[in-house]
Design a protein around this ligand. Structure first.
Ligand code: IMP
Ligand code: MG
Length: 186
């Protein structure tokens, strides 16, 4: 650890909302549902970096189909704990989406602004189909408008971390989802 690296702050990690066992059970169910829906096809999983990496990795192992992978990285302008809705593509896809059955894999849908942007952007590339599989969605999100095909868990307003989700790049490696109890900058 370098001298200017602040020590980890254990007080940032509050109540565990979704345990590792609950995550694995739900991801297995989602994988089985996707396997049934896309029978005879080779869907393309598009993961949104970085938050979706752990979910996508477990989800892919729960899908019994010849899936292919691609990744996109987006950055939304805003503070560490609030997205502004202005989205910039930091890393674009490598593969051509035309004629593909695309499943967009997201970590969390909060306001839905990031997702709306991504949906428009991906639909413009003429996929055969585009569905969204989000691990978490806020109960305040407009589910009908967002048209999410699969959702892992619905959570309330608290900022959460773990299982891919970060606070200023930390805590992505926690195997569970917990409430962030540190200071919220804005
Ligand atoms: P939206 O555009 O408001 O839906 O924000 C979506 C993005 O904000 C997610 O992909 C996350 O990167 C980030 N985000 C929103 N809520 C949380 C949270 O509770 N913990 C960590 N990241 C979050
Ligand atoms: Mg983030």
């Amino acid at each position: 650890m370098s001298a200017d690296t602040p020590p980890a702050t254990p007080t940032d990690v509050g109540e565990i909302l979704v345990t590792s066992a609950q995550l694995q059970e739900r991801v297995t169910e989602l994988g089985a549902a996707i396997t049934a829906e896309y029978e005879g096809q080779a869907p393309l999983l598009v993961g949104v970096l970085k938050g979706a990496f752990m979910f996508m990795s477990d989800l892919a192992r729960a899908i019994d189909l010849p899936v292919e992978f691609d990744f996109m990285a987006v950055s939304s302008y805003g503070s560490a704990t609030r997205s502004s809705g202005v989205v910039r593509i930091v890393k674009d896809l490598d593969l051509d989406l035309s004629g593909r059955h695309v499943i967009l894999v997201e970590d969390i849908v909060d306001s839905g602004l990031t997702l709306s942007y991504l949906r428009k952007n991906l639909l413009a590339r003429n996929p055969a189909s585009l569905e969204v599989c989000a691990l978490l969605v806020r109960e305040t999100a407009d589910l009908a408008a967002l048209d999410l095909r699969h959702v892992g868990f619905t959570i309330s307003g608290e900022f959460v971390l773990g299982y891919g989700l970060d606070v200023a790049e930390r805590y992505r490696n926690l195997p569970y989802i917990a409430v962030y109890t540190g200071a919220v900058e804005d």
